[in-house]
Design a protein around this ligand. Structure first.
Ligand SMILES: Nc1ccn([C@H]2C[C@H](O)[C@@H](COP(=O)(O)OP(=O)(O)OP(=O)(O)O)O2)c(=O)n1
Length: 114
């Protein structure tokens, strides 16, 4: 999956804009309401969970998985991320900013030496 290809740097904002264009070009924006996007996100979470279902515990890095299984996993992770970004956008929430703020709150709640 990593291969020799040049890795493109990507931000949540770039993904948000690409998904907005994708939906606009297809006339799908009216359907991309918060509730519909939440349900789509939950559906993709189900597809992601299916990949791990009945496998038992799996090692970090998935050393024993076939390449095609990892490709499938990457696709489902992407669907979850892309719907999450669209859901945030449809709610008028800047996901990058609130995620940074939440990281800060987490660090305050769970200090290193506590
Ligand atoms: N109304 C839609 C439909 C799809 N997508 C985008 C977001 C996801 O990244 C992907 C989801 O596409 P599918 O519903 O076809 O789901 P899968 O790719 O998982 O296909 P399948 O469910 O057949 O495995 O397409 C979207 O933004 N809005």
């Amino acid at each position: 999956m990593s291969g020799d290809s040049v890795k493109e740097s990507v931000s949540l904002e770039v993904l948000r804009q690409k998904m907005k264009d994708f939906a606009q070009e297809r006339g799908w924006e009216p359907h991309h309401t918060p509730r519909n996007l939440l349900l789509a996100l939950v559906g993709e979470m189900g597809e992601l969970s299916e990949i791990f279902q009945w496998k038992g515990e799996v090692e970090r890095g998935l050393p024993n998985w076939k390449e095609e299984e990892k490709v499938h996993l990457g696709e489902e992770l992407s669907d979850v991320l892309l719907y999450l970004i669209q859901l945030s956008d449809s709610c008028g929430i800047d996901l990058s900013q609130v995620a940074l703020r939440k990281l800060h709150l987490n660090a305050l709640k769970y200090p290193v030496n506590k």
